[in-house]
Design a protein around this ligand. Structure first.
Ligand code: GAP
Length: 517
């Protein structure tokens, strides 16, 4: 199955099993806006809990806040978003499709990169253990040529963006013969800047109303509360403020399901530090965030760092943690060294001092900031797309059937255990409800008595439930049940009294956190 086909199946599965619905679907939907269903919202909440706990429980110097979506309009002038939160857009005159010019160029570069990777893979196969990638890259004529082309394009693009030279951005597209993926033509409009913020009006009488923005990042809610938290929490540098909340961007091209949305959720943490220590803390957070991802077990090879060529208006250094989505490696999380840019800007625009008195140095300064920023929805997609599997299994009668299973990391699974009476009689439902009552205070459980046991197993596999607990006649005699494991489909007989600890061992965040710390 091609990755594109698999992705289509993931999207269909997400809808069929109550994970993700198109917003306002009965009115034909709203572009790039989605709702989370009964299973999706559980998975999403678990992702958020995994993130927030890893921040505030594992670090005694990180606290969480929940700031408002609406903020004073001057916040966005100070932060630079009014002036600079733009994407360069370009239209293809034949297909009438709109693109981000930077994405067209990046995709073109990625294609060249893939050719290099193919050359390397071929050479590796030919030379076996004797293969030295570094040497190959620096001596193979074709690879050198391709790499030179990549560097040229990226340097040209970087300079063009730094100089806000949109004519040059268009020229890069023309010179490299970049075509519209839909029409295949090179018939492009000029490139122009497009501000991504949504605005609305505050106040009941529209003439007197002030324009305010829906926040495009949650980070500014943290910056404007820096002093409140520092003073009321008596925080000493270094310390962090974490927040989860909605953000809104009028994305030019919103595609790829929940990867790029117009309303989405971010998990951001601003770590306030002493100036001069930013490189040390940048490396610290890069390392820690990567570990946080990898312990989930989706596959270490699915993650990589990508350092930014084009820095956002606030950043001194920035790297992405990229994940291998069904449509290739793309940004999952950003780690940014934001210097004292934001606090200094807010200090200037508000006229309020946002400094820290450092008792060790006996001086006051505006702290520097390292930011970690991840989209909940992207994280959700990374989990769902990787977890989705269709496997062929042999039935007892020798025939094969397809089992659709979501191998969601158990700690994130929406439902942890399903309690299933084998039959709807002989006191089995009552006994099964007793088991449910024992477990429901600790885990999100489902009780199901409809259909054959095989069908019920399949339904639970399809939503990623790691444990199925079957109550049968033996249960009535000796208080044991059959515990079935989602991934292996193995079954074992266990005492009801052991269920809680067996499930907890696999689903408690604690065991993941111990691997990070
Ligand atoms: N405060 C910094 C900031 O907002 P960003 O790289 O623009 O940085 C951070 O966004 C993260 O937010 C991204 O890595 C991504 O996971 C998520 N994100 C950004 N735009 C998004 C969108 N339109 N839809 C879904 N997630 C998005």
């Amino acid at each position: 199955m091609s990755t594109a086909d698999k992705f289509k199946k993931v999207i269909a599965h997400a809808k069929e099993y109550g994970f993700v619905f198109q917003s306002s679907e009965i009115y034909d939907g709203l572009s790039a806006v989605y709702d989370y269903g009964q299973n999706g919202s559980e998975l999403k909440n678990n992702i958020k809990r995994y993130w927030l706990d890893s921040m505030v429980k594992l670090h005694e110097n990180i606290v969480g806040i929940d700031s408002a979506i609406f903020m004073h309009p001057t916040v966005w002038k100070a932060s630079g978003h009014v002036g600079a939160f733009n994407d360069p857009l370009i239209d293809n005159k034949d297909s009438k499709k709109r693109y981000r010019a930077d994405v067209l160029i990046e995709d073109f570069v990625e294609k060249i990169n893939q050719k290099i990777n193919k050359d390397i893979a071929k050479a590796k196969k030919r030379f076996g253990d004797a293969f030295n990638e570094e040497e190959f890259r620096s001596t193979n004529g074709r690879v050198i040529e391709r790499q030179k082309k990549i560097d040229e394009i990226l340097n040209r693009f970087k300079t063009a963006m730094e100089n806000n030279d949109l004519a040059e951005v268009k020229q890069i597209i023309i010179d490299n013969g970049i075509t519209c993926p839909v029409s295949g033509s090179k018939n492009w409009t000029d490139v122009r800047q497009f501000n991504l913020m949504f605005d609305t009006k505050l106040g009941s009488v529209s003439e007197d109303a002030d324009i305010i923005y829906l926040r495009p990042e949650t980070a500014q809610g943290i910056f404007v509360n820096y002093l409140n938290v520092q003073k009321t929490g008596r925080m000493k540098l270094p310390f962090g403020i974490a927040q989860i909340g909605k953000a809104f961007r009028n994305e030019i091209v919103a595609r790829q399901f929940i990867f790029r949305m117009r309303e989405f959720e971010q998990m951001e943490m601003q770590f306030f530090i002493r100036p001069g220590e930013e490189d040390k803390w940048f490396d610290y957070w890069k390392d820690l965030r990567m570990k946080w991802h990898k312990v989930l077990g989706l596959g270490e090879e699915k993650y990589r760092f990508h350092d930014h060529e084009n820095l956002a208006h606030y950043a001194k250094a920035a790297t992405d943690i990229e994940f291998e989505f069904p449509f290739g490696f793309k940004e999952l999380e950003g780690i940014h060294s934001r210097t004292d840019f934001d606090l200094s800007q807010h200090q200037e625009f508000s006229g309020k001092k946002l400094q820290y008195f450092d008792p060790e140095l006996n001086e006051s300064y505006v702290p520097y900031v390292i930011e970690t920023s991840i989209g909940v929805d992207r994280m959700f997609l990374s989990v769902l797309a990787t977890a989705f599997e269709e496997e062929q299994i042999k039935k007892e009668n020798g025939k094969t059937e397809t089992r659709t299973v979501l191998r969601i990391p158990p700690a994130l699974a929406p439902v942890k255990a399903a309690i299933l009476p084998l039959m709807k009689k002989d006191g089995l439902p009552e006994k099964a409800r007793e088991v449910l009552n024992e477990l429901k205070y600790d885990f999100n459980c489902q009780y199901e008595e409809k259909d054959s046991i095989g069908k019920r197993y399949r339904r639970q596999d399809a939503i990623g439930t790691p444990f199925c607990i079957t109550v049968d006649h033996q249960t009535l005699e000796d208080n044991t049940v059959t515990l079935r494991y989602r991934d292996t489909m193995e079954q074992e007989r266990v005492a009801i009294s052991k269920l809680n600890s067996l499930i907890d061992e696999k689903v408690n965040f604690k065991n993941l956190f111990k691997k990070i710390n």
